[in-house]
Design a protein around this ligand. Structure first.
Ligand code: NOJ
Length: 540
């Protein structure tokens, strides 16, 4: 394999650069499944602290932690019962503070998840609202009604209204354990700005904003007709939502250094999407368009073009994301006949060719890392972990699975704890032989960090080399297509860095170049094989 060695003298990540976020590599850390420090089978802060050197060596600039707060975990922590405390299974606040400091000392920033659309039904506000009864001020922080005014469908299927003991109903766009907050209420606005300050005071460098387009509802809660124009949907992407992020941006900007707002915004219209990235709103948002496209040159080229074009007028960089804790693992998705992603299309028993998927995932890793903007890596993708599709029913946890009556496999399969070392579960995930909260496959010995670190041809070695090189190659944000073959994505970046991805079914010649840097697969007789990416420096 033509792998350049990780450059030992790559400059250390800068923790003073105010524009760090524009090209940062951000590692999504699903804490429950990263590493277990105390041996109870659940990942925790101690486990992360013990593996900061791994993250440093991987070459990331920041960590994004999925929710680490107190929570009954009805939706994997996206049901927060106290935004100012850490879930006891993960550790304590003081450990989070120590982790933020220790990571920063290594040049790694910390981004946390905030969940403003809803709280847990065990949050003190909701408990107080239930206790206070109908018509009470406490209920005004939520959406309580006497009769459901609509038939909105939950993002997790089923209804969005649940009745309480005194006969009233409350709104939840997700599960009944996640009551929606009423963002017209001043307490709700004040509280979230306080929560931002609480964490910024503790040194976090930014927040990832969950379900960011859903917060504001039409006050009359009308039915969804399907005919709504832009900004008119009763619960999604209403124009008033932008005021919230303007206020949040003012909070973020009142802190030294750049504290970033990163939106989780699922929005088919690129212009409505980048409205969230205007200069006084969020810094960046997840580019899901690229992530959901099939492995086809024309599709990926069109996605790159439309996302770069949509971002340009607002001056925000794009993000590049291959997967996350909600979607099918990259190597599994790319090995399928239909390699696009859609929640509604997930089914048990969809065949996949993991060898093909892994080849494409390697090519996609280099392609996405070469594009201008920030890069997100979901934990385990750097090991090429596949989706675990045969979890026993009794182990499954995801409400998406249960609320679909078992039709949707849900998201547990991409959340299985990481394998670190050894040949048997728990593969060093826990210091004991305690089995993790989700069972790991018995054939993951080849995917452990230990095994992959020793193999120069592994996914981990590819990621390490790529991220080290990316750091040295990052120039300006310029981007120019070279050639127009729809099956060959070849482009130049500022500073003479060229990336070429072959999505055709035949080997291709490399473009003229000065230096060959790295490739996701061995060249064959000097040519780049199908489903592979090469990085080069341009000829001067
Ligand atoms: C998006 C999160 O990524 C997902 O995991 C969660 O279930 C929903 N928002 C609801 O909070």
């Amino acid at each position: 394999m033509d792998l350049a060695p990780a450059t030992a003298d790559a400059p250390a990540p800068s923790t003073t650069d105010p524009l760090w976020w524009r090209s940062a590599v951000i590692y999504q850390l699903y804490i429950r499944s990263f590493a277990d420090g105390d041996g109870d089978g659940t990942g925790d802060l101690a486990g992360v602290r013990a593996h900061l050197d791994y993250l440093k060596q991987l070459g990331v600039d920041a960590l994004w932690f999925t929710p680490w707060y107190a929570s009954p975990l009805a939706d994997g922590g996206y049901d927060v019962s106290d935004y100012r405390s850490i879930h006891p299974a993960f550790g304590e606040l003081a450990e989070a503070e120590a982790l933020i400091r220790e990571a920063l000392a290594l040049g790694i920033r910390t981004i946390i998840d905030v969940v403003p659309n809803h709280v847990s039904n065990e949050h003190e506000w909701f408990a107080a609202a239930l206790a206070a009864g109908r018509g009470s001020p406490g209920r005004e922080r939520f959406w309580f009604v006497d009769t459901p005014p609509n038939n909105w469908v939950s993002n997790f299927q089923g209804g969005t209204w649940t009745q309480v003991d005194d006969g009233q109903w409350y709104l939840h766009l997700f599960t009944p354990e996640q009551p929606d907050l009423n963002w017209n209420h001043p307490d709700v606005r004040r509280e979230h700005e306080d929560v931002l300050r609480f964490w910024f005071d503790r040194g976090v460098a930014g927040v990832r904003i969950d379900s960011a387009a859903l917060l504001v509802k039409h006050p009359a809660l009308p039915e969804v007709t399907g005919q709504e124009g832009p900004g008119e949907h009763p619960n999604t992407d209403r124009d008033e939502v932008h005021d919230i992020y303007r206020s949040w941006r003012a909070v973020a900007d009142s802190y030294p250094g750049t504290r970033v707002l990163v939106g989780e915004v699922w929005m088919p219209d690129p212009v409505r999407f980048t409205n969230y990235l205007r200069a006084d709103e969020m810094h960046t948002a997840f580019n899901f368009d690229f992530m959901t496209r099939p492995w086809r040159g024309s599709e990926l080229r069109e996605s790159i073009d439309s996302m770069l074009a949509a971002h340009a007028p607002v001056g925000a960089p794009s993000t590049w994301v291959l997967s996350n804790h909600d979607v099918t693992r990259t190597v599994t998705r790319y090995g399928r006949e239909d390699s696009s992603f859609a929640f509604a299309a997930k089914r048990f028993g969809t065949p996949t060719d993991l060898e093909l998927g892994t080849r494409r995932a390697r090519a996609a890793a280099l392609l996405s890392a070469a594009l201008p903007g920030s890069l997100y890596i979901y934990q385990g993708d750097e090991l090429g972990l596949p989706e675990v599709e045969d979890l026993p029913h009794s182990a499954r946890q995801d409400p998406m699975h249960f609320r679909s009556n078992g039709v949707d496999p849900g998201r547990d399969g991409c959340r299985v704890p990481l394998p670190w070392a050894g040949t048997l579960p728990p593969y060093g995930f826990s210091p004991s032989t305690e089995q993790p909260w989700l069972p790991q496959p018995t054939d993951w010995a080849l995917y452990t960090v230990e095994a992959e670190a020793a193999d120069p041809a592994s996914m981990l070695s590819l990621y390490r080399s790529a991220l080290a090189l990316r750091r040295t190659l990052q120039g300006d944000e310029s981007f120019t297509w070279l050639g127009s073959d729809p099956d060959v994505l070849c482009f130049a970046r500022g500073g003479g860095f060229v990336s070429v991805t072959n999505l055709s079914d035949r080997p291709i010649d490399l473009p003229e170049h000065e230096e060959f840097l790295l490739s996701s697969a061995d060249l064959v007789a000097g040519q780049l094989p199908p489903d592979a990416t090469a990085w080069l420096t341009a000829q001067h």
